[in-house]
Design a protein around this ligand. Structure first.
Ligand code: HMG
Ligand code: MG
Length: 318
């Protein structure tokens, strides 16, 4: 014993799934929000170490306009460097593409997984994509169609699912309308984003129920929480009870969104892993390797990780 407990004691709770898929977004959602541009070698090592820690999916970067997100302007170079270091596995790392131009860039590199990202609100569609609510979907339709025709998997994000800093509360029905249009266009999985972290557990339950009432099974849904108001883990538990088994999280709690100032860090992957371990839910991630990766990343960024679990364990894993 070192005096630090390094793993939660598994005490299963009723009504929870047996296994959860963690969809890691740190290299994309985390690093898109950094003030300083992170060197390509650091990004490459970050993705590589996350995969080595057992994360089944690591979203690597975005093929967006480099003027809009300069932090990820090196997307093509990163994917090429990853191809050199980890081979085929690089092609399985998803990337964000907002439009056909982004898709072309992903296709040129032979990538297999892309994600489009819609807004549930008019204002955020304008701020994040320079489009209206309807015209964002018109932009995605040919992007999704061509990606599917090329044999890619397509994920669809919906942002501002719980509240919007310009428009206030967002009704579940508004989110369902946008989400269902993406599903009709052919996205395989829908990730419901609490971009600014204002959601609470009952709201999560209501949103998942609104989707199931509209005919969308929980197997098509993922939940994407930001921890701005400290509700992310509580919201995950509501999602688990509703039967959702895919959760987005960001190593070390990096993150935010450059086009929503009130979006602070994502749910930290380590905090999610601790909760899942405690509930006896399988996830396949090596917590020790993950914490060591986030502690290393915190050093690269020159500030401590906001994750409670990283702070508690970093000493014992370094
Ligand atoms: P726009 O200015 O309307 O672009 O931006 P456009 O379609 O008018 O094209 C203008 C020029 O940009 C053209 O070049 C295009 O080729 C070029 P020109 O002919 O003038 O030389 N262009 C591109 N270049 C490279 N890659 C591209 C691309 N597209 C056009 N993909 C656009 C529209 C969508 C491009 C822009 O608004 C954009 O890039 N937005 C990205 C914003 C972003 O990445 N936000 C963060 C991700 S969302 C998020 O974090 C939320 C999430 O985590 C979930 C949650 O938390 O809720 C997913
Ligand atoms: Mg996000």
């Amino acid at each position: 014993m070192t005096g630090v407990i390094t793993r939660a004691t598994p005490v299963p709770a009723p009504g929870m799934p047996g296994r959860v898929r963690i969809y890691e977004v740190g290299p994309r959602d985390g690093l898109q929000n950094e003030q300083e541009i992170v060197p390509l070698e650091v990004k490459e090592e970050f993705v590589r170490r996350l995969l080595a820690a057992g994360l089944p999916v690591v979203e690597a970067t975005s093929f967006v306009h480099p003027r809009w997100v300069p932090q990820l302007a090196d997307a093509a170079d990163l994917m090429t460097a990853l191809g050199d270091s980890i081979g085929e596995a690089a092609r399985d790392c998803p990337v964000l593409v907002p439009n056909e131009r982004g898709l072309d860039r992903a296709l040129e590199l032979g990538l297999r997984h892309v994600a489009v990202f819609a807004s549930a609100t008019e204002t955020f569609a304008a701020k994040n994509l320079n489009r209206t609510l309807d015209s964002q979907l018109e932009m995605f339709a040919p992007t999704i169609e061509r990606a599917l025709a090329a044999g890619m998997d397509v994920r669809g994000y919906v942002s501002m699912c719980f509240g919007d800093p310009w428009e206030g509360p967002v009704e579940p029905q508004q989110v369902v309308t946008v989400g269902q249009r993406l599903l009709e266009m052919g996205v395989g999985e829908l990730s419901l984003g609490d971009t600014i972290g204002v959601g609470t557990a009952g709201h999560v339950t209501a949103l998942v129920e609104a989707f199931t009432a509209a005919g969308t099974g929980v197997d098509r849904l993922a939940l994407h929480f930001h921890d701005t108001y400290g509700q992310a883990l509580s919201n995950v538990q509501a999602g688990l009870r509703a039967g959702v088994t895919t959760y987005d999280a960001s190593a070390g709690g990096l993150g935010g969104c450059p086009y929503a100032q009130s979006a602070t860090g994502n749910l930290a992957t380590e905090d999610l892993v601790w909760l899942l371990d405690g509930l006896g839910i399988d996830h396949g991630v090596d917590l020790e390797a993950l914490v060591a990766t986030s502690a290393w990343m915190a050093q690269q960024l020159g500030r401590p990780s906001p994750s409670a679990v990283v702070r508690a364990l970093a000493q014992s894993t370094s």
